[in-house]
Write a protein that binds this ligand. Structure first.
Ligand SMILES: *Cc1c(COP(=O)(O)O)cnc(C)c1O
Length: 477
């Protein structure tokens, strides 16, 4: 069996042996992280050094290299550990292990999923998990949705649907009018990109000012609308943030729904991060009004424990999801009978698609739906705890009271200018020391360390230890 290289790539015995060894390697790694909070979150190397490492590695393996375990170990060494309870950086879930194992399985099976036969299980499960989410959002049985690769693509797809709703023949003829989308000044940059991709240009992204808590100020909507109209731009949609990326602020969706109903435009909610609150009795109120949206995006890979990427786009009226990419004559669907839900490629931007649904379904099936509520409540509660700990520590301040699991704070210095410099240096030093991972953001000209509390096992001790570490780095700057 080993005569040809191609045979070696499909050697079942090797798969079995290496697969078991890989699972052992990963389990040992997780055990080390769990037992030692002082283990590094990231072993930082600079980009060029990292590139040289891998160039040399492949150079040395020109004739092939049987030692797959060494390779896996090296990858592990150069990855950031989102499974570490002191990882508090970008919003990426700690994948539930069953979900990650489903990932191994789906990678091997590689069902393309775009049409039913190319993913029978994944298409059926996709229907189930999106219907489940739709129900949690508060949509009725007319609703339907699908999974797609990431919030960025899902938001673009929603905007394409909104454009289609505003102009029935845009898919055939393009648009001659100037079109625009109203969006929070704090929206994720992908909404801006979506508008530009659709050819709306810079003028087509109409930013609505926010209040002191970084939520769209509903009092500004009418004035922005009138001004945009006077500029000759037809607004096709308003996008609400549930929640914003920088500060985790939740827009007042009821007020936004009121406005879009009055104007007869599409209401989209970018709930990539904060849509998870629909699973929580305690925090659901933050997304009150979400059920009035025409479309909603929720990232399972942010707060709902799947590996990236895994995103749901849910439409209030299922038929809207079928119109986006079809020509005029083809979209005369019967609204009662949602057509061909099982060919997911009809509705997604993607053709071949990952078997994402299995990674959500496996969590639901193994632990029941309460697992999502538990995760959301722990992470949101912990952010509030962290905010109190920061406030109690001399020399630190929070930017604002957290609504989600995002906490922005800084070391206070003699002036804002000095504070901006010092907090920037601290952030760099934190990455290099590798004992914690945080990011940074600038709010109204002030630099803050930005943390998203992502690991359900992060403790108060970890929060205190982070502030200790920052004080220590400050002294040694
Ligand atoms: C993360 C995020 C996005 C982008 O989603 P990806 O899955 O990273 O493509 C968009 N909007 C909001 C509010 C987000 O938090």
């Amino acid at each position: 069996m080993t005569k040809y290289t191609i045979n070696r790539a499909y050697d079942v015995d090797d798969f079995r042996k290496t697969g078991h060894a890989l699972v052992d390697l990963l389990a040992d790694h997780l055990q080390v992280l769990n037992d030692n909070p002082n283990e590094l979150v990231i072993r930082y190397r600079n980009p060029d050094e990292t590139l040289q490492f891998w160039q040399a590695d492949l150079e040395a393996s020109k004739e092939g290299n049987d030692n797959q375990l060494d390779f896996f170990r090296n990858v592990l060494n150069q990855c950031i550990n989102v499974q570490h309870q002191r990882y508090m950086g970008h919003q990426v879930s700690v994948p539930a292990y069953t979900s990650a194992l489903s990932g191994l399985m789906t990678d091997l099976l590689s069902n393309g999923t775009g049409v039913f036969e190319m993913g029978m299980a994944s298409n059926a499960m996709e229907r189930i998990v999106t219907d489940f989410l739709a129900k949690k959002i508060g949509f009725d049985t007319n609703s339907t949705g699908f999974l797609t690769s990431g919030g960025t693509l899902a938001n673009l797809t929603a905007m394409l649907a909104a454009r289609r709703a505003a102009s029935a023949d845009v898919w055939e003829n393009g648009h001659t009018e100037k079109l625009g989308i109203m969006v929070s000044a704090e929206a994720h940059y992908c909404i801006d990109r979506a508008a530009r991709i659709m050819g709306f240009g810079e003028d087509g992204v109409i930013k609505v000012p926010v209040d002191e808590k970084f939520r769209i100020d509903p009092g500004q909507l009418e004035a922005v609308w009138q001004k945009t109209k006077a500029d000759g731009i037809k607004i096709i949609a308003l996008v609400g943030c549930t929640c914003s990326t920088a500060t985790g602020s939740f827009d007042n969706l009821e007020a936004l729904a009121e406005f879009t109903a009055q104007k007869g435009i599409w209401f989209h909610v970018d709930a990539a991060h904060g849509g998870c609150v629909v699973f929580s009795k305690k925090y659901k109120h933050l997304a009150r009004g979400i059920e009035r949206a025409d479309s909603v995006v929720v990232d399972f890979h942010k707060m709902l424990m799947t590996p990236s990427l895994n995103t749901a786009l849910i439409f209030k009226r299922g038929e809207d999801s079928y119109k986006t990419f079809t020509q005029k004559a083809q979209y005369l669907w019967d609204a009662e009978k949602i057509p061909e839900w099982y060919h997911s490629g009809k509705r997604t931007f993607e053709c071949t698609k990952l078997m994402m649904s299995i990674k959500v379904y496996s969590i639901l099936r193994t632990y029941g739906e309460s697992i999502f509520e538990e995760n959301v409540d722990i992470l949101f509660d912990n952010a509030r705890t962290f905010a109190r700990i920061i406030e109690d520590r001399k020399g630190f301040e929070i930017a604002l009271e957290p609504e989600a699991n995002i906490v922005n704070f800084r070391l206070v210095e003699s002036s804002d200018e000095r504070s901006n410099t010092i907090n920037g240096l601290i952030r760099d030093a934190l990455i290099e020391s590798g004992r914690f991972f945080t990011v940074q953001t600038v709010i109204k000209g002030i630099r803050y360390l930005r943390t998203s509390i992502m690991h359900p096992f992060t403790t108060e001790d970890d929060f205190h230890a982070l502030l200790d570490e920052i004080e220590h780095l400050r002294v040694n700057l």
